[in-house]
Design a protein around this ligand. Structure first.
Ligand code: ADP
Ligand code: SF4
Ligand code: MG
Length: 338
């Protein structure tokens, strides 16, 4: 079966600006920031992919590429088997209906001078769609769906809490009955108690409508109970991609192990993997390590023999686990945490 969304070898390199302003534009310094560097994953209809990684690893850039807000440097994004970069005219307009986005900061994604009702109606008006019963009735349905009261219709964003504003953002994303919503850290700016409410709401909506999500988070624990599959990103690449349950039960990439061991366990007995600390600083995406990009921080790399270490300097095949030594990793980490 064709997945709803298939991303293959997706790359976005931003030219580094020298800062010198010449002849009407910034001069490129020649180098590039490898924000997204050969990313691949798939999402089935009605499912959730958790896209997780530290700040700066390329999650939002991936989201913006999926939204066609950015042109990729290379690679492929297919929705229902169709290459999105080739969509024009009415096909592109349909794509803009089928794929929506919810942003991290609900305050900045809402116009302070626009009432909540108008904000939710905006996508319908922009696409010139009049739902049966009219726009107002549809907006009231959407508000009810996300847990906003009818009297919120004429209120303005500043009268709302962060969680309520995010509900407005979700209602707006739902207005056109999308098949896929890119949620870019939709709960990161919210209090922990409100985070759970918003995630529950997204889950309820998925159950009722069959919408799929790419759910971006910097914290693996956020996606644990929610995502069907998870892709762990580091310096523009996917380190590990698999079923959420399996990745949490037996993470195979040292980076995933490190991220998971940073998640506090409610049950200390469940903390079987012990603590694995990342060494060193995050390298610049303008100058990532050659070969395995995780090499400079990999806790296993220094424990490998010379021949194995040499392999880490070579290109890592793009596959579900981006590591040359998954077996050595498992052995080394098990030994280290005994
Ligand atoms: N428009 C841009 N121009 C240049 N660099 C960018 C641009 N957008 C993002 N970047 C850089 O690309 C990298 C990935 O950024 P981003 O996708 O926002 O990461 P994340 O969402 O995971 O925090 C960062 O180093 C960021 O500074
Ligand atoms: S390829 Fe080498 S450096 Fe990279 S994650 Fe695996 S063991 Fe570590
Ligand atoms: Mg981001």
């Amino acid at each position: 079966m064709t997945p709803l969304l298939q991303v293959t070898d997706l790359t976005k390199h931003f030219p580094i600006r020298s800062g010198a302003f010449r002849s009407g534009g910034f001069r490129s310094g020649g180098g590039v920031i490898k924000a997204v560097d050969g990313v691949g994953f798939s999402v089935d209809a009605g499912q959730t992919l958790g896209l997780v990684g530290e700040s700066g690893c390329g999650k939002s850039t991936t989201g913006r590429l999926l939204m066609r807000l950015l042109e990729p440097t290379s690679g492929s994004i297919r929705l229902d088997g169709r290459e999105i970069s080739e969509l024009r005219g009415s096909d592109l307009q349909e794509y803009r209906r089928r794929v929506q986005m919810v942003f991290q900061n609900p305050s900045s994604s809402l116009n302070p001078r626009q009432s909540v009702g108008s904000a939710i109606a905006a996508p319908l008006l922009a696409q010139k769609i009049t739902p049966p019963g009219g726009v107002k009735a549809r907006v009231r349905d959407l508000m009810d769906r996300v847990g906003l009261r009818p009297d919120h219709y004429n209120r303005f964003p500043h009268e709302f809490s962060g969680g309520q504003k995010q509900r407005v953002g979700i209602a707006r994303a739902l207005a056109l009955d999308p098949q896929l919503i890119i949620c870019d850290e939709p709960v990161s700016a919210l209090d922990v108690s409100v985070q759970a409410q918003v995630i529950n709401l997204l889950e309820d909506i998925q159950r009722d409508t069959g919408v799929a999500y790419v759910f971006i988070a910097h914290d693996l624990s956020v996606v644990k109970h929610f995502a069907d599959r998870v892709a762990v990103m580091y310096l523009g690449r996917i380190m590990e991609h698999g079923d959420t349950e399996e990745v949490f039960r037996s993470p195979r990439h040292p980076y995933t192990r490190a991220l998971l061991s940073a998640v506090p366990q409610a049950d200390p007995a469940a903390d079987r993997g012990g603590r694995i600390r990342l060494v060193g600083d995050l390298p610049s995406p303008a100058d990532p390590p050659r070969g395995c990009v995780f090499r400079s921080r990999c806790p296993v790399h220094p424990r490998l023999d010379a021949e194995q270490r040499e392999l880490c300097s070579g290109e890592v095949p793009r596959r579900d686990i981006a590591c040359h030594h998954t077996e050595a990793v498992a052995a080394a980490l098990t030994a280290a945490t005994r």
